[in-house]
Design a protein around this ligand. Structure first.
Ligand SMILES: N[C@@H](CCC[C@H](N)C(=O)O)C(=O)O
Length: 280
């Protein structure tokens, strides 16, 4: 049977969204994620996100990368899930809760003309114990640890936002060869569950530029959890303020990690592109 889907993106970080509120998945989501994500033979996306009923929240999300692996969390994705449940009338309110691989998150929606446009997410506290990130790099968390990858030594900081991230502050993100180093960095032995890898450049203490190589999907135009990790690494290394704007290839995200060291807050857009049916 055909599967209804909606294509949405947060700053060009695009996923195919399948609601399981009114239809069932025919089988294993991993091969489906690989087939749908293919930019030549499929719909074309950075992965697949399932939106399902939850006993603890307005909805539950599961995210699969373009290679079919499952990620615990997706920052750009969770904003789009909030938009979907609001705009489709599953939870028509300006504060919604979504169950994710890192627990139930609360999201505040800016609504215009009856549709959610921007979303502020309480992303929960960063995970800073190296064994929980997980990484074998020293420190809780590891900050600016020199690590050799792709023939160069990068000062790496590791942070988990439910999913693992490595951040290297560099002088020039635009000129950094992330496309060539990304595959090796993602699978570096210091990260036993692989890693989402980011280079970031401080413009001023409240503003950074960053680029991302995502675990399981490669280069993406934005990464919400990654931007949170950059914010936390910037604060812990003394480079940035607790409130920053991150410029990503697909647009800007606002991040804040208040002085209580608890939740990181992320604000950005959620955009619907089109809907269709995937043949059964
Ligand atoms: N694009 C996402 C992160 C997606 C998950 C990642 N590839 C993983 O495997 O952890 C975001 O916006 O946070």
């Amino acid at each position: 049977m055909a599967l209804r889907f909606t294509k949405m993106h947060g700053l060009g970080n695009d996923y195919v969204y399948v609601s399981l509120f009114d239809q069932a998945l025919p089988g294993d989501p991993s091969p489906l994620a690989r087939a749908m994500s293919d930019r030549h033979f499929g719909i074309g996306s950075d992965g697949l996100i399932l939106i399902a009923p939850s006993e603890r929240a307005d909805a539950r999300m599961r995210m699969f990368n373009a290679d079919g692996s499952e990620g615990e969390m997706c920052g750009n994705g969770v904003r789009c899930v909030a938009k979907f449940v609001h705009d489709r009338g599953i939870a028509r309110k300006d504060r919604v809760t979504i169950e994710t691989g890192r627990g139930v998150l609360t999201l505040d929606l800016e609504i215009r003309g009856g549709k959610a446009e921007r979303v502020r997410v309480d992303m929960g506290p960063p995970i800073l114990q190296s064994s929980d990130i997980p990484t074998t790099l020293p420190g809780d968390p590891p900050i600016d640890v020199p690590v050799e990858v792709g023939g160069r030594v990068l000062p790496q900081s590791a942070v988990s936002m439910g999913n693992p991230h490595a951040v290297a502050f560099v002088d020039d993100v635009a000129g950094f060869p992330l496309e060539t180093i990304g595959p090796e960095w993602e699978r570096h032995s210091a990260f036993p569950r692989r890693v989402n890898a980011h280079v970031a450049q401080v413009i001023r203490r409240g503003e950074v530029r960053m680029r991302t190589w995502e675990r399981g999907s490669g280069i993406t135009l934005a990464c919400g959890t990654g931007a949170c990790a950059v914010c936390v690494a910037g604060v812990l290394s003394g480079r940035t303020e607790r409130r920053i704007v991150a410029h990503l290839p697909g647009g800007d995200l606002e991040l804040e990690w208040p002085a209580d060291d608890a939740s990181v807050f992320m604000t950005g857009p959620a955009t619907e592109v089109f809907s269709g049916e995937w043949p059964g």
